[in-house]
Design a protein around this ligand. Sequence first.
Ligand SMILES: NC(=O)C1=CN([C@@H]2O[C@H](COP(=O)(O)OP(=O)(O)OC[C@H]3O[C@@H](n4cnc5c(N)ncnc54)[C@H](O)[C@@H]3O)[C@@H](O)[C@H]2O)C=CC1
Ligand SMILES: CC(=O)C(=O)O
Length: 309
Amino acid sequence: MTVSRTPRIVIIGAGAVGADTAYTLYLRERAPDIVLVDIDAQRARGEALDMQHGQALAGGSRVRAGNYADCAGAAIVIITAGAAQKPGQTREALLERNADIMATIVTEAERYMDPETVLLIATNPVDTLAQVAARHARRPASRVIGSGTVLDSARLRWALGEALAVDARHVHAHVIGEHGDSELVAWSHAHVAGAPIELPAAQCEEIARATRNGAYEVIAAKGHTSYAIALSLDRICAAILNDDHAILTVSTHLDGAYGIDDLYLSVPCVVGRAGIERVIELTLNADERAALARSAAVLRERIVQPVTC
Ligand SMILES: NC(=O)C1=CN([C@@H]2O[C@H](COP(=O)(O)OP(=O)(O)OC[C@H]3O[C@@H](n4cnc5c(N)ncnc54)[C@H](O)[C@@H]3O)[C@@H](O)[C@H]2O)C=CC1
Ligand SMILES: CC(=O)C(=O)O
């Protein structure tokens, strides 16, 4: 059977993250057909209509409300559905509720998705939920990606850019491990124009702390985060659609790399049309290796709990 390769992106979950992601993809004209699906069909319809009203002033992308059947032939299906953190709440606290939602959504989407579709998970706790999604998906783990620490790495690069008075896009630095409280900065690989980052240790620690707590700070101030995750999801979509072979700290299934087996977490990966093309294995120093092992242990503890149906 010939599968239609509609350049379509389906977003399941039309809340703050889903709607802002659709809007970012729409403004950047990532795909001609962007579809919002939500259990609350009115919400998806309202968000799509609000964007459609600007169509005469926008570019070549179109946004519409749809349903699971739109997953057929989609290049990318993004899942942003589920409960979000309340001020002060951890991502982990969402696990039980969102694991069931994830299992249901992936099972339903799999009825329509073609084998090449890349499933991109943003719902929190994203690493564990990407692992839940992979369990319920009928595609290789390379096509089931969590947004991981792409957002945290962006937060870090912004903070370093501010501290160094350098364009954040020219700061090379990665947050790896869990997208959450046990994440770490791979300082031994951070650089600007090939030169190591020369900031006092206390300032580096403060930047790492602010990066880790970035979501808590925004949620306390405005109730949710959405713009920077939307830009992060847009970047991942661009890497897939343009076959960029981009280096992104997405959450991926590690199968031996970094001494970690059968676990989703973030490390730098090469991302292209096929999803995760390969994992980049950084040579970490002893402290970083230990911190990554601790982060993996936190995530492993979570997946051994009976959180999936
Ligand atoms: N990975 C990351 O870096 C980030 C992840 N998030 C996560 O994204 C998720 C969504 O956050 P928000 O958009 O702020 O929440 P929200 O509450 O604004 O939207 C959630 C949407 O999911 C929908 N939904 C719930 N169950 C559904 C189902 N079974 N099928 C279809 N739709 C369903 C709801 O109707 C609602 O429209 C949360 O888990 C949040 O923690 C948020 C920011 C960054
Ligand atoms: C909510 C969340 O995961 C973030 O903004 O990092």
